[in-house]
Design a protein around this ligand. Structure first.
Ligand SMILES: Nc1ncnc2c1ncn2[C@@H]1O[C@H](COP(=O)(O)OP(=O)(O)OP(=O)(O)O)[C@@H](O)[C@H]1O
Ligand SMILES: [Mg+2]
Length: 467
């Protein structure tokens, strides 16, 4: 018998603590609202043996478990074949992380009670939504790698680790294969893909954090050495030196996020500067604990919450949900537009800040009308100038960012300001057209783990060479 039940997070929370899971009937439990159904999938076959025509060949990292991508009603889902209890646990953790606003893959459900044709039990499955536009590290690392790219990847990884630690999550398995990267306005944003070994605590001790950091350091050094040994990373890169950057950068970031700072009472501007620095790193400050010692020294202790300072502001203003650096870029353009609009005396209105107002917010008064004009006059025309068959090349916000860069270079070369329509046109024809398709990352044949990424890279490198 088959039970297909839409479920909610809370039911899963209950399930996670219930060891008496019925395993004798196939259960497909997915969050409500998933289009299409998964009943016709050959659950009685080990995932390894599912027919090729069901699978979507997308690149992925190295893993112990079998992971495959399938199409469920037009959405690409990742299936991971894994022991039932672990599937439930990982599902629960992914949902918890999502509630905590951590960038991670979205947990969709769990399949249990699978049996093969002879009635022998098969492992469960964890279902997650494929993270569109994501690039596994092997793909990133085998592109022509500049030291700046390495830098940005490390920063993204360290930021993810610090964000996890801030919310009390010890990962205990941070590795290159367990992170996915998305482009974020010329930088990268890291997403957690494998939560299996993680633990969520109210807060982490220094010991837990340091152990987690040590594991990350070792795993990443190992991963980089494999890439070098396999000839997939240029010989000029020193994997140990790159990996050694992880704890160094992490410590610097952690200190900035959490350490108390002592300033002379006369230097009040340093208090505001600390908040600015945190905002610039993308963090909101919920509380600032200021104490004055009898000798006039002020101790500043920020309580940092929620990364995503810029992306939340953009979401609140114009409803665009994009990466943190993309948001920063879009906000710069938006702010310039609003300033120009103000100078021309356009009508403005104050934003009703029903969304959480932060004390750290420089100005709760936002120019909503001008922001919406920017959306319809600037952002949307750029995006709609991209022909529909090229829309899967790059995420919209990334296209906008690249168009702004392109316009800048064109203006510099021309010695005068080039208009946005002209810049978009030129960008689409000379740059975007030649890019590989990142939404669906290189459809391929053959599905041997390991070989798959090599095929993908072959395709990618060929198309990059064309440029
Ligand atoms: N939702 C997803 N979106 C995109 N890629 C995914 C997704 N889920 C899994 N992958 C890809 O599949 C790979 C393997 O998944 P995962 O790390 O969860 O497996 P694992 O067997 O638990 O790994 P490990 O050996 O580290 O325990 C990942 O490295 C990632 O590239
Ligand atoms: Mg993994």
């Amino acid at each position: 018998m088959v039970v297909v039940e839409p479920s909610t997070h809370h039911e899963y929370s209950d399930l996670r603590h219930n060891d008496q899971m019925p395993s004798d009937e196939l259960q497909i439990r997915l969050e409500a609202g998933i289009p299409g159904d998964m009943l016709d999938f050959p659950w009685e076959l080990p995932l390894m043996h599912w027919p090729q025509e069901l699978l979507i060949p997308l690149p992925r990292g190295i893993s112990r478990h079998v992971v495959r991508f399938v199409d469920v009603g037009g959405t690409v889902m990742a299936l991971k074949e894994i022991n039932e209890e672990l599937a439930q646990r990982e599902y629960g953790l992914l949902r918890d992380l999502e509630e905590l606003d951590i960038p991670a893959v979205h947990g969709v459900g769990v399949v249990t009670g699978r049996r093969d044709a002879r009635g022998e039990p098969l492992p469960g499955m964890l279902v997650t939504e494929h993270l569109t536009w994501s690039i596994p590290y092997r793909t990133v690392y085998t592109r022509v790698l500049s030291p700046q790219t390495v830098d940005r990847l490390l920063d993204a990884l360290v930021l993810l680790l610090a964000r996890l630690h801030l919310v009390g999550f010890a990962w205990y398995d941070c590795s290159l294969s367990n992170v996915l990267f998305r482009r974020d306005a010329g930088a990268f944003a890291a997403y957690l893909v494998d939560a299996e070994t993680g633990e969520l605590h109210p807060r982490l001790t220094d010991g837990q954090r340091n152990y987690d950091l040590e594991l990350a350091h070792l795993n990443i050094a190992g991963g980089l050495m494999d890439l070098v040994a396999g000839g997939r990373l240029g010989a000029e890169f020193d994997p140990i030196a790159i990996a050694d950057e992880i704890p160094k950068r992490y410590e610097r970031l952690w200190e900035e996020l959490t350490e108390a700072e002592h300033v002379d009472g006369a230097q009040r501007w340093r208090i505001a500067r600390r908040v600015d620095r945190l905002n610039n790193l993308g963090f909101d400050v919920a509380e600032l604990d200021l104490r004055r010692t009898p000798d006039g020294v002020v101790r500043i202790q920020p309580k940092v919450v929620d990364a995503g300072y810029h992306s939340r502001r953009l979401l609140r203003l114009v409803g665009l949900d994009v990466g943190e650096n993309q948001a920063r870029r879009l906000l710069n353009d938006l702010d310039q537009y609003c300033a120009a609009a103000r100078a021309e005396g356009m009508p403005t209105a104050t934003l009703a800040t029903d969304a959480r107002t932060r004390r750290s917010e420089k100005s709760p008064r936002e120019d909503v009308i001008a922001a919406h004009r920017w959306l319809s006059d600037v952002y949307e025309p750029v995006i709609s100038a991209v022909p529909s068959h090229l829309r899967t090349k790059l995420q919209d916000a990334e296209v906008f960012h690249e168009v702004l860069e392109h316009r800048w270079y064109m203006s510099e070369a021309a010695g005068q300001d080039v208009g946005l329509p002209e810049a978009v046109d030129d960008y689409v024809n000379t740059v975007l057209r030649k890019k590989p398709d990142e939404a669906t990352l290189f459809p391929m044949t053959g599905d041997d783990t390991g070989m798959l990424e090599l095929d993908a890279l072959g395709l990618l490198e060929r198309s990059e060479d064309d440029q």
